[in-house]
Design a protein around this ligand. Structure first.
Ligand code: PLP
Length: 364
């Protein structure tokens, strides 16, 4: 059997008629930038997440950049985040000349450990960026409480968690600002790059919208130094079709994950743990295993692709060498990054494929 890590083809086939039609309509409209699909998508996204404002943009990375710019993050400021994430989270902090201050992760959820945050706050701290890793929101109540005690902004990096819930509220709407990505392989993906910023703060929303489009409110009147961070109409049109069916896919992803949990129970891998007051959209289904390289090789030989999210914690990245972090400060991230391994995951994975994968893991 040959299995895809993520089956984007199968998903396209399912919605092909509507997606092709939507793309064609944009081509005919000749409104390729900031067309009506962009405006409508943003309204639909607000309805979906419960956030008052959605500012669509060109990628998840730009969403984070815009959020930090809107908070006036400046050179020398400190922003607290997790080291066990995709580079973009800390990269945009450093891109603005600010300092990413890493805090170790929780051993069960792999998200930032809120108990370790307060000791890293200094007079230079401006914001906290928790990441909802693999689609599971972080401990947002604890993090928001710390932030309000110290007058900090919480920016949720929800690039992997669009659609998941925390205490009945949707990810992206769990703090002052939420950022997501529509990269093709994310739970809700377009067919290129895309992202969005969410907030319920009117003033912040206005600023974000201007920053996203060269800092202009009215055409050719530039209030801020901004970026070209626009989402294009074709991507918005594709997302509108996929968003319609997204609520059908989320429970299927959860069912695929719980089937994995059952099939892998009692074996040598540690299955993911989702805290009871929240849900995951399983951007990744990641297990922990002691002999990762050997298992990955064996699975690959049997047609089962795997990936590692993420093999090198950010404090070990050459790009951050100048910040001289001590790996000994992050024992959990060290351990988890050496053992974590993601299995094929999508709403289109069949029971037969999952049984085959589980048997390959069990070595049968
Ligand atoms: C994918 C991802 C990003 C970046 O999103 P892009 O759309 O690829 O720029 C940021 N943070 C996390 C946690 C991600 O997984």
């Amino acid at each position: 059997m040959k299995i895809n890590f993520i089956d984007l083809q199968a998903q396209y086939r399912k919605y092909q008629g509507e997606i092709d039609e939507a793309i064609h309509a944009v081509l005919e409209s000749s409104q390729y930038i900031m067309g009506k699909d962009v405006t409508q998508l943003e309204a639909e996204m607000c309805a979906y997440t419960g956030a008052k404002h959605c500012i669509s943009c060109s990628s998840g990375t730009d969403a984070l950049l815009l959020a930090l710019m809107a908070c006036d993050i400046k050179p020398g400021d400190e922003v607290i985040t997790t080291p066990f994430t995709f580079i973009a989270t800390a990269e945009m902090i450093a891109f603005l000349g600010a300092v990413p201050v890493f805090v170790d992760i929780d051993e069960t959820s792999y998200n930032i450990d809120p108990r370790l945050i307060e000791q890293k706050i200094t007079p230079k701290t401006r914001a906290i960026i928790p990441v909802a890793l693999y689609g599971q929101p972080a401990d947002m109540d604890e993090i928001n409480a710390i932030a309000s005690r110290h007058n900090l902004t919480v920016i949720e990096d929800a690039a992997q968690s669009f659609g998941s819930e925390y205490k009945g509220k949707k990810s992206c709407n769990l703090s002052r600002i939420g950022c997501t990505s529509f990269f093709p392989s994310k739970p809700l993906g377009c067919y290129g790059d895309g992202g969005a910023v969410y907030t319920s703060d009117d003033e912040l929303a206005g600023k974000l919208r201007q920053l996203m489009n060269h800092g202009q409110g009215e055409r050719y009147k530039h209030k801020y130094i901004g970026i070209n961070g626009r989402l294009d109409s074709i991507q918005a049109a594709i997302l509108r079709v996929k968003l319609k069916y997204f609520d059908e896919e989320v429970p299927v992803r959860a069912a695929v994950a719980s089937r994995y949990n059952e099939l892998l129970a009692g074996g040598e891998v540690v299955t993911p743990f989702v805290k009871p007051d929240r849900t995951s959209v399983y951007a990744q289904y990641s297990v922990r295993v002691k002999n990762r390289d050997a298992l990955a090789k064996r699975l690959n030989e049997q047609g089962v692709p795997t990936a590692v999210h993420y093999p090198i914690p950010l404090y070990r990245q050459e790009a951050f060498a100048g910040l001289s972090y001590d790996a000994a400060e992050f024992p959990v991230a060290e351990r988890v990054s050496s053992e974590i391994m993601s299995l094929p995951m999508s709403a289109f994975l069949t029971v037969e494929q999952q049984k085959y994968i589980a048997e390959a893991i069990h070595g049968k």
